[in-house]
Design a protein around this ligand. Structure first.
Ligand SMILES: [Zn+2]
Length: 471
C-alpha cells in the first residue's frame, strides 16, 4: 500500500512536500516525492491524506496504563500525599477487572493520539492483555517494590513467576481476540522495573540486576524525582526516612546522590532507562554518560507535581539519550505527546540567555521544535533500544506511522509542518495510526478496540470512585 500526504517528516532526512510512503507487509519499502512513488508502484492501493503530515509513530517511553482510570481523581495534593493516595486506591479500591478497563482506556487514548509504542510499567498485570488486544508495540516493565532486605529472595521468586506468567500469556494470546494481526505477540518485549531507590532494597536490586542481565531484559527505574528522595539517599533525613523508620525498616544511608547509588549497586548499563532524573548534581551527568543509560523525561507530570524539570541542555551537551514520557495520567492528565513535546520545548533549561540567538529567533524555534519532535520519535526509540526497527521513516524499518491533520483552525496557516506539529497540534488532530503495517485508527474509527463498550465500563468505575471520600 501507499500512504501519501501534504508532507512526510522522516526525522532522519529532510521534510518532503507532497510525499508518499510505500509499505509492504509490516515494513517501509520506499518513500519520497508522491509523483515518483506513485509512478514507480502503479498497482498499490493508495491512502491519501491531503493537508496532513505523515511521520513516524510517537513513542511514549514512560506510562502506567493501569492508572488511567484515576485521571483527575487525585488533584491538589503534594507529591507524597499523591503517592500515598494512589497506592491506597490501586490496592484497596480497584479490582483487577477495573485495572483491566483502566488499561484499555489507556491504549485507546494512546492510539487516538498517535502513540505507536509505549514503555509501560505494569504492577498488577492486566495492562498486558490491553496491549495484546490493542496491537500497540511496547516494552512491558514488570514493577517490583520491597524495601526490606530480608524479603528480597521471596520477592525475586514472585517476580520470576510473574515474568513467566506474562510470557505464557503472550504466547497463548487468543489470536481470534486480536482483530488485526497474527504477529501481535512479536510487538511486545518484557522488562523489569524495580520501582525506585527508596522502595527497593539493595539486596533486591542486586538480584534483579543479575536476573535481567542473564536474560537480557530491559530495566526501568524511577530516580532523582524529588528532593525528598535525595534527602533520604544522601542524608538519611526527611519524610521517606521517617516513613521507613515508622515501619521498622532498617535503612543504611548511602551518603551519595540517588544516581550514584544506582551506579554503586552496578545497576547502570545501556539496557537501563532512568525515569525523571530532574534532581541531578553535576557529577550525575557524567555517571549517566559513562554508563550509557537513557533518560525518560515526563515534563508535564514533573511540572504538575512541582518536582522540577530536566536540564535538557546538559543532557544534549553530554549526548545522553532522552525520550519523552507522559507518566501516568493520574499526574498529567492525558497521554497527548504533542503536549509533552511542547512542554519539553518550553522547559526553562532551553531559555538561558546565552543559548538564544536573538538575531535569528525563528530559526531557534524551529531548532527547538525539531529537537522535541525527534525526542518523541527517534529519541524514544533509542531510549528503549528499538531504534533499529522504529523511530524514523527509513527503508527497512517497521511501518509504525501516523498522519496528523494540519487543516484544523488551530494549525492554520502552516508555514512549517515541524513547528506546527510541536507548537500548535493536538493528539486529536491525528487521523491515522498504524503499527507494524496495520491500521489501528482510521476514518475516525478504532480497528482493534470497542470504544463505546469501554465507556460503559469506565462510567461504572467512575461511579464507584466518586462514591468514595478519598481522605
Ligand atoms: Zn512513573
Amino acid at each position: 500500500m501507499i500512504l501519501s500526504a501534504r508532507w512526510i517528516i522522516p526525522i532522519t532526512s529532510k521534510v518532503i512536500s507532497s510525499g508518499a510512503v510505500l509499505i509492504q507487509g509490516n515494513k517501509i519499502k520506499d518513500f519520497g516525492p508522491a509523483s515518483t512513488i506513485l509512478n514507480q508502484y502503479p498497482n498499490e492501493t493508495i491512502y491519501n491524506y491531503p493537508g496532513s503530515v505523515i511521520l513516524p509513530g510517537l513513542i511514549n517511553v514512560h506510562s502506567h496504563l493501569e492508572l488511567t482510570i484515576l485521571r483527575g481523581y487525585l488533584e491538589n495534593l503534594d507529591f507524597w500525599e499523591w503517592i500515598k493516595k494512589i497506592s491506597h486506591v490501586k490496592y484497596k479500591v480497584l479490582t483487577l477487572e477495573d485495572i483491566g478497563i483502566s488499561s484499555l482506556l489507556g491504549v485507546c487514548e494512546a492510539i487516538r493520539s498517535g502513540v505507536t509504542t509505549l514503555g509501560d510499567v505494569v504492577d498488577l498485570g492486566p495492562a498486558l492483555d490491553a496491549f495484546l488486544q490493542s496491537g500497540l508495540r511496547g516494552i512491558i516493565y514488570q514493577e517490583m517494590f520491597s524495601p526490606i532486605n530480608s524479603e528480597a529472595p521471596r520477592v525475586m521468586e514472585e517476580l520470576k513467576k510473574k515474568i513467566s506468567r506474562h510470557k505464557k500469556e503472550i504466547i497463548n494470546f487468543d489470536r481470534n481476540k486480536s482483530k488485526i494481526t497474527e504477529n501481535v505477540q512479536s510487538l511486545l518485549t518484557l522488562g523489569i522495573s524495580p520501582h525506585s531507590p527508596y522502595t527497593v532494597s539493595p539486596t533486591l536490586f542486586d538480584l534483579i540486576n543479575k536476573f535481567s542481565k542473564l536474560h537480557q531484559m530491559p530495566v526501568c527505574i524511577h530516580v532523582a524525582e524529588s528532593v525528598e528522595e535525595t534527602n533520604l539517599i544522601k542524608h538519611g533525613t526527611g519524610p521517606i526516612s521517617d516513613g521507613l523508620a515508622d515501619r521498622g525498616i532498617e535503612w543504611k544511608v548511602p551518603g551519595c546522590t540517588p544516581v550514584e547509588y544506582l551506579e554503586r549497586l552496578g545497576l547502570l548499563s545501556n539496557n537501563v532507562l532512568l525515569v525523571h532524573c530532574i534532581q541531578l548534581e553535576t557529577s550525575d551527568y557524567d555517571i549517566l554518560k559513562r554508563n550509557n543509560v537513557s533518560v525518560a523525561y515526563c515534563p508535564k507530570s514533573n511540572f504538575k507535581l512541582r518536582t522540577g524539570f530536566l536540564n535538557l541542555n546538559k543532557m544534549l551537551q553530554k549526548e545522553i539519550e532522552v525520550g519523552l514520557g507522559t507518566d501516568s495520567v493520574a499526574s498529567n492528565n492525558n497521554m497527548d505527546l504533542f503536549e509533552e513535546m511542547r512542554t519539553a520545548a518550553f522547559s526553562p533549561s532551553w531559555l538561558k540567555k546565552d543559548e538564544i540567538n536573538r538575531n535569528n529567533s525563528r530559526k531557534e524555534n524551529q531548532f527547538c521544535a525539531y529537537k522535541a519532535l525527534k525526542m518523541a520519535t527517534l529519541g524514544g526509540a533509542l531510549s528503549l533500544g528499538l531504534s533499529d526497527s522504529i523511530g524514523s521513516i527509513e527503508v527497512g524499518k517497521k511501518a509504525d506511522l501516523i498522519s496528523v491533520d494540519l487543516t484544523n483552525i488551530h494549525t492554520q496557516p502552516t508555514f512549517c509542518p515541524v513547528t506546527s506539529l510541536v507548537f500548535s497540534a493536538k493528539g486529536t488532530d491525528v487521523n491515522m495510526t498504524m503499527v507494524d503495517g496495520k491500521f489501528l485508527f482510521k476514518d475516525n474509527q478504532f480497528l482493534t478496540l470497542n470504544k463505546s463498550k469501554l465507556y460503559e465500563s469506565v462510567d461504572l468505575i467512575q461511579e464507584k470512585l466518586q462514591a468514595l471520600v478519598v481522605e
